[in-house]
Design a protein around this ligand. Sequence first.
Ligand code: ZN
Length: 249
Amino acid sequence: MRIQSNLGSTIAMAFDECVANPSTHDYSKASCERTTRWLRRCKAEMDRLNSLPDTINKNQLLFGINQGCVYEDLRIEHMKEIAEMNLDGYAIGGLAVGEPKEIMYEMISAVEPHMPKDKIRYLMGVGTPGNIIEGVSRGVDLFDCVMPSRNARHGHLFTMNGIININNAKYMNDLDPIDTECHCPTCQRHSKAYIRHLFKAKEMLAMRLCVTHNLYFYNTLMEKIRDSLDNGTFEEFKAKYVDLLDTRI
Ligand SMILES: [Zn+2]
């Protein structure tokens, strides 16, 4: 908590135990109890730090993290417990650690009714564009993931038509941008053929251009989701894109 306070970040995350999957019900139960005890200590420490005169961000927000492995009863019990602590936001942790995505969606659906309606909901470490759309449809507001940048460094690029691998030979002479609809700096200036050439030549610029595109894609995806929610067209958006965006083309 002291390190996070010194960073002065907008949000600080409480310390939690993210159990391995699979873990037994007994271990996961004891782990949830430990995570709750840690959360209480984190909250007390944040209150103390925010009362000090030289704290960088006295308005730092504290988010608690829901755990419980893939056990619905533990997830719900833990969520109810931390919901009573009047935190600034609530995260669902310990998912997207190798379990089938259907299990992840089940867990989100199970805990969501027990999350405070007026607090931010954050799904940790998720995910593919399809995972994000499914998360939003279950009431999640916030995500974080290495996927856009890590995949970009391997030439896996997200587009509104699906996922492409820029290393494929078919892009050798393709003078179109990664995504003709994309307004990112990479797509404004460079062709798939050029970016593929940079990868083959092991030029660092290849990774930089691709990371730029994928981050831009994720930001735009969230923008499109927000717009569709505002316009009341989210269900149509979901039906059109939830599988498409995760499909390799
Ligand atoms: Zn782009």
